[in-house]
Design a protein around this ligand. Structure first.
Ligand code: DX5
Ligand code: ZN
Length: 227
């Protein structure tokens, strides 16, 4: 399985999203990660379906839409229609996760489930065969530019093992505090989709930062510990 780089536009200049997306695509971005926040599930408010629709018009790569909202079921259709190729939802807000995962698939998008840092891996036990991917939060969601929580590395390993045990080869995605210094470790642990916001858009050259992060991530594949 290859490693995909998904720059998070949360740390980009929202007045120039088209330029931001073009730059990271030139740097080899495989996906664009879109952080949707509602001010309820997380203490921040970002963007909704109309912005996703506009981004879809200019992006050449698939949009990976991360819903950090209290009532995702209500908005799945709108995000799918706006052009989301991947939609991930937090297990913490969904009592009927199985229904939600299958609703996302029925809309033609890849269905992902997300674990907050304090949510145990066992929360995935029953849904593991059904998901297209799992997102491990390596910071508490809500803001870009936070520090990577070290325990997330072994958590990625545990999620990978749980998916493998369920016969699911879908990727593990990691999101929060990823940079050139720690990316090799999380890839070696089993992460195949790498989200990075601050490390890319906080740099003076997002195209180069994307290229360098990807090189560091791909370099990890040659480590003995790599899967
Ligand atoms: C955090 C978001 C992340 C965030 C990552 O709530 O889900 O996608 O943008 O940003 P960095 O890489 O800056 O931690
Ligand atoms: Zn995110």
């Amino acid at each position: 399985m290859s490693v995909l780089i998904a720059p998070s536009i949360l740390s980009a200049d929202f007045a120039a999203l088209g330029d931001a997306i073009a730059a990271v695509q030139d740097g080899g971005a495989d996906l664009i990660h879109v952080d949707v926040m509602d001010g309820h599930f997380v203490p921040n408010i970002t963007i909704g379906p109309p912005v996703v629709k506009s981004i879809r018009r200019v992006a050449k790569v698939p949009l990976d839409v991360h819903l950090m909202i209290q009532d995702p079921d209500r908005y799945l259709e709108a995000f799918a229609e706006a052009g989301a190729s991947m939609i991930s939802v937090h297990v913490e807000v969904l009592p009927h996760l199985h229904r939600t995962v299958h609703a996302i698939k029925a809309l033609g998008a890849k269905a992902g489930v997300v674990l907050n840092p304090s949510t145990p891996v066992v929360a995935l036990q029953e849904i593991a065969p059904d998901v297209d991917f799992v997102l491990v939060m390596s910071v508490n969601p809500g803001f870009g530019g936070q520090t990577f929580i070290p325990r997330s590395e072994s958590k990625v390993r545990e999620v990978r093992a749980l998916l493998d045990g369920a016969g699911n080869r879908g990727p593990v995605e990691i999101d929060g505090g990823i940079d050139r210094d720690n990316v090799a470790r999380v890839v070696a642990a089993g992460a195949h989709i790498i989200v990075a916001g601050h490390a890319i858009f906080g740099s003076s050259d997002p195209e180069r930062a994307t290229r360098e992060l990807k090189a560091a991530a791909l370099g990890a594949r040659t480590l003995p510990a790599a899967r």
